[in-house]
Design a protein around this ligand. Structure first.
Ligand code: SF4
Ligand code: SF4
Length: 283
């Protein structure tokens, strides 16, 4: 994202809407400026502010005149009065910033907007996490902090060494040049994102090992890490396998989402003899 200095009137409105704190008023040129290293191309500034088309010269003059009278002439807080934002034509690899950071842009790899994954929200129809398995979402970065791909890379290498299975329908996995080693394409290493999620699954018995591995990864990366756990409930709707392990490790558990099968598969898979195949068995 760029701000055209010939249009900007330095009202400062945009500095409050940037979730990465990447916009500042440059004291030398006295115009709002985007720190392109920190900008994650989320477009919150461009889409979040109404773009008005006031004449910059007139607005600057009015602001100066009002200042002389010890008054202020400020535009409404939710507008850029002079439409000073000029989005860059994003090309590879910078374009990945936008794919991961602008929630309205679908990922090419999965077609899903935002972080580009359904996580286990659709497990009742996708069977991502089967009985006897535990799925982990390991989320890196947050607004205001972000995450560099080089830190995501460190995590992927560590997890791959532990022999985890990376979720195929996940945009981080789709950016790997070698999934077996967790190696991500080298040309995105210099890109920063608002946040991204690695998704893996392992056998339930490995739950504690993976949690401890994520704790170790957290110490190695320069961002915040949030861990989500997805598992299957038993026929009574309870979960008594993974929960005790997590509680023993010090977590207070809150059930975030429970899928109850309302999204049942209507286009039932058929086998060669045209007989319906139960969900999961067809894969
Ligand atoms: S909102 Fe527009 S005019 Fe105001 S500082 Fe930002 S870019 Fe400049
Ligand atoms: S695109 Fe997003 S990160 Fe970049 S300057 Fe605008 S609000 Fe900030």
């Amino acid at each position: 994202m760029k701000i055209n200095p010939s249009k900007c009137v330095a009202c400062g409105n945009c500095t409050y809407v940037c979730p990465m704190g990447a916009i500042y008023i440059d004291p030398v040129i006295k115009r709002a400026t985007v720190n392109s290293t920190e900008c994650v191309e989320c477009y919150a500034c461009y889409n979040g502010l109404s773009q008005e088309k006031l004449n910059p010269v007139i607005v600057r003059t009015m602001r100066k005149v009002f200042q002389l009278m010890r008054l202020r002439f400020d535009p409404e807080p939710d507008v850029c009065p002079t439409s000073a934002f000029e989005p860059d034509e994003l090309v590879w690899p910078r374009v990945v910033r936008r794919a991961f950071s602008d929630p309205r842009v679908p990922h090419e790899s999965t077609g899903i907007e935002g972080r580009g994954t359904e996580e286990v929200k659709t497990n009742d129809v996708s069977d991502r996490v089967m009985v006897g398995e535990v799925g982990f979402t390991i989320e890196f970065g947050r607004p205001g902090v972000g995450v560099w791909f080089r830190d995501i890379q460190k995590a992927c290498w560590t997890l791959a060494k532990a022999g985890v299975a990376f979720e195929k329908k996940n945009p981080i996995t789709s950016l790997m040049s070698d999934v077996s080693t967790g190696t991500i394409k080298a040309d995105v290493m210099g890109e920063k994102l608002m946040s991204a999620i690695i998704e893996i699954k392992v056998a339930v018995e490995r739950t504690e090992e993976i949690v401890r591995l994520v704790w170790a990864i957290e110490k190695e990366v320069d961002t915040v890490v949030a861990l989500g756990v997805g598992t299957r409930c038993d026929e009574k709707g309870e979960e008594n396998v993974v929960a005790p392990i997590l509680e023993r490790l010090g977590y207070t558990l809150h059930r975030a989402k429970t899928n109850t099968g309302l999204g049942r598969i209507t286009n039932v898979a058929k086998d060669k003899t045209n007989e319906p195949v139960p969900a999961g068995a067809a894969k």
